[in-house]
Design a protein around this ligand. Structure first.
Ligand code: PLP
Length: 448
């Protein structure tokens, strides 16, 4: 370890508190220092080149080092580095981006409420749907239904919507009037059952929950099209149509959290197009700027926007950085590049099918119980016994070991327990997918 790296690590331990981190464990070990990025690779302070199969945190969709995005931010910062959308002011980057998003998102979704992150989007929707129902004369419609093992961010409302056991209970959560149903995670919870029947039954839990709470009490249901941080949980095809039917039947607003899935990850601009879902509210972040600047947006349907407008009262909610001009400029440029480089068809017709085919090769590895992918997200389930699909014991758990081995081999994969997941930059090439698979195979062998 170089002296320069050690110095950074010491200062880091002394002064920087990391998100989602066991501080004691990190301080004992020292953080890896990431210095720069290029394409699908990042480089650490010891000169190691790592294939970033997580695109940072599911966000660097166009890869590292895109000069156009840097230039867009710099140009906007020179002209107007900051102004807000409060107190009846606006600015061109926010107007241009909201217009562009209205064109790109499915029909009927025409209004953007900007935020600084995915968590802020989900805090926003909690307040917005309740405000909407109150405006419609139904103030008792307060309940929001989410799912176990969902991830919707780590602000108080975002984490309350989340359902990751102990993690989401820390700090006295959840907030009231939020409840959860089970997830459509066939490998973990549905084995022995037909996957489509399992998907249907998991969706029907929504109906049971609505009836249990009282339909006049339920404001909305929120879900990720594919659960990301929960372990890339791809629902059976039967799941989403049934969820849509139930939301329509009981007039429950459907909030689709596409913080990960949005902007091409599933091979369409938005995963609600992939799954034919009709959201009332659509949460976007991450890929909206390819992670170059923090930004989120709640895309609101005409129906909800009309309700909010008719209310003729202030929606008392927003952030200093809602519609930050430089973030908007980067988002506009990000979309322009995606259009110019045909990123959607690159994903849908070319690289996602290739990844799917190569990823399946991992399924035959003795450690792997299942390999699955959809678009540019993929997962493998690590098992102790390939025949019975028996998991490792909690103490034994192989995911953390495999993740560390991957990094030592030059590959960034993430471990969700014993589920290894990837979400590579969308610009990854076939040759780089080959490299990813080679490194993954080698890492699995080394984990054995
Ligand atoms: N929603 C989903 C589906 C996410 O995956 C995440 C983050 O990973 C969030 C919300 C929170 O986004 P942020 O970390 O930008 O607050």
């Amino acid at each position: 370890m170089s002296t320069a790296t050690l110095t950074i690590q010491q200062q880091d331990s002394a002064h920087c508190l990391h998100p989602f981190t066991n501080f004691k464990e990190l301080n004992a070990k020292g953080a890896r220092v990431i210095e720069r990025g290029e394409g699908v690779f990042v480089f650490d302070s010891e000169g190691n080149k790592l294939l970033d199969a997580m695109a940072g945190l599911w966000c660097v969709n166009l890869g590292y080092g895109r000069q156009e995005l840097v230039d867009a931010a710099a140009k906007q910062m020179q002209q107007l580095p900051y102004y807000n959308l409060f107190f009846q002011t606006t600015h061109s980057p926010a107007v241009e981006l909201s217009t562009l998003l209205a064109e790109l998102t499915p029909e009927g979704l025409n209004h953007a409420f900007f935020t600084g992150s995915g968590s802020e989007c989900n805090d926003t929707v909690v307040r917005m749907v309740r405000h909407y129902w109150a405006s419609k004369g139904q103030p008792n419609k307060l309940e929001i239904i989410s799912r176990n093992n969902a991830y919707h961010g780590s602000t108080m409302a975002g984490a309350s919507l989340g359902g990751m056991g102990f993690m989401h209970a820390q700090g006295g959560l959840p907030l009231p009037n939020i409840s959860h149903i089970d997830q459509p995670y066939w490998f973990e919870e549905g084995q022995g059952q037909d996957p489509q029947q399992f998907g249907l039954e998991r969706a029907q839990q929504l109906e049971q929950k609505i009836l249990g709470l009282g339909e006049d009490k339920v404001a909305a249901f929120i879900a990720e099209p594919i659960q990301g941080a929960g372990g890339v949980i791809i629902p059976p095809d039967s799941y989403w149509p049934e969820i849509q039917r139930i939301c329509d039947k009981y007039d429950i607003l459907l909030i689709v959290d596409e913080v990960i899935c949005g902007f091409g990850r599933t091979g369409e601009w938005f995963a609600c197009q992939t799954y034919n879902i009709k959201p009332d509210l659509l949460c976007l972040a991450k890929g909206i700027t390819s992670g170059y600047l923090p930004m989120g947006a709640v895309i609101v349907s005409d129906k909800v926007a009309q309700g909010l407008t008719e209310a003729d009262t202030e929606f008392a909610h927003g952030f200093t950085y809602s519609g930050h001009p430089a973030a908007c400029a980067v988002a506009i440029e990000n979309i322009r590049i995606m259009q110019q480089e045909n990123i959607i068809s690159h994903v849908r017709d070319d690289i996602a099918p290739y990844l799917a085919q190569r990823w399946q090769e991992l399924a035959s590895h003795p450690l792997v119980g299942e390999a699955r992918s959809k678009g540019m997200v993929a997962a493998i389930e690590l098992v102790a016994d390939k025949n019975t699909l028996q998991r490792f014991s909690k103490e034994q758990g192989a995911g953390g070991v495999c993740r560390d081995i991957c990094i030592n081999n030059g590959l960034i994969m993430r471990a969700c327990g014993d589920t290894m997941i990837i979400s590579p930059p969308l610009v990854i090439t076939k040759q780089q997918v080959d490299q990813l698979i080679t490194l993954a195979k080698q890492s699995l062998d080394d984990t054995l």
